[in-house]
Ligand binder design. Sequence first.
Ligand code: XIL
Length: 346
Amino acid sequence: MDRIITAADSSAPSLCGAYEGKLKIGAAINTWHLEKDSTAYEVIRRHFNVFTLENQSKPEPVHPEEDRWVFAPVDRFAAFGEETGVTLRGHTLVWHSQCPGWFFRDGDGDASAELLLARMKEHITAMVSRYRGRIHTWDVVNEVLRDEGGLRESAWYRISGKEYIREAFRTAHAADPDARLIINDYNLESSDAKADTMAELVREMIADGIPVHGIGLQMHLGLDTDMERLKKNVRKLASIREIAPDFKLEVTELDMSCYRWGDEAEDIQWDEEKTARFTDKYTELFRFYLELAEEGVLDTVVFWGLHDGVSWLNGFPRKHKNYPLLIGRDFELKPAFFAVAALVEQ
Ligand code: XIL
């Protein structure tokens, strides 16, 4: 049997090294992966040059009560960035999920639009200015669209209308004029209606001078993702460059589940046929990313997790073992890893 090559092995190609000058390659991590002398840390340093905190910079952990802030993990993340010179992404400032309830309340009732927007601005200003120059990119708003197109009817929207989105970008830009500001969402590749709404919303904001610099494509994909539709929808969003030459797309949360949403099947057994499909799909995907990179519209691809064993997809939407990343549970490098690296190896 072939020797298994792990991500910590010095004989393996470095993924971000292979893509140097074409795309930055990243991973979502947690600060406990930053313990020096651990395999996780070695893998982080070897294969990735852009990072997102998986949970620790979201409003719920950072700002659990109106007058209580928990900055320590994000400070740790920022220090890691300063030590190593990698790119850091801030995730996320405004989201309907993992946002503490106090934002939306005033005594026993709902907060007014004015109060909610004031709290939002305070939160954004505190985060973005504290990490100014150290966190380079922010997912300013996350998942503000409905799956079937249109704006999501979240508590943010219900209370303040669509104005919170624009105000969030203006506030972040005032706190760090050099930060890249992103509007991030999922299923933009698979829902035509959602991609249409996103294209329209961002075009309008740019036309009105709102500092939105790019769209974050989460890209939580599946083995069954329709690649033609994906390319068509991503191209639709990329075409925003026509009105803003510096406009960018980023892939922010890439993974590839072997389950379908809403599919109640038993635990899937991984087999050779799945390995082949997984490898082909990742290869086609990165070929497409390289085309977009060549055109100057995509420069960053971030995986949502360091390896299969720590992927959120083992627990969401159900508890099932999942295999969504290029690095397996024992840090073994999958055939898809080598295929993706080989696309750019000389
Ligand atoms: C997920 C984390 O991975 C989980 O650990 C947490 O329990 C829930 O959130 N879209 C996003 C991410 O923007 O913040 C989500 O992260 C995954 C979906």
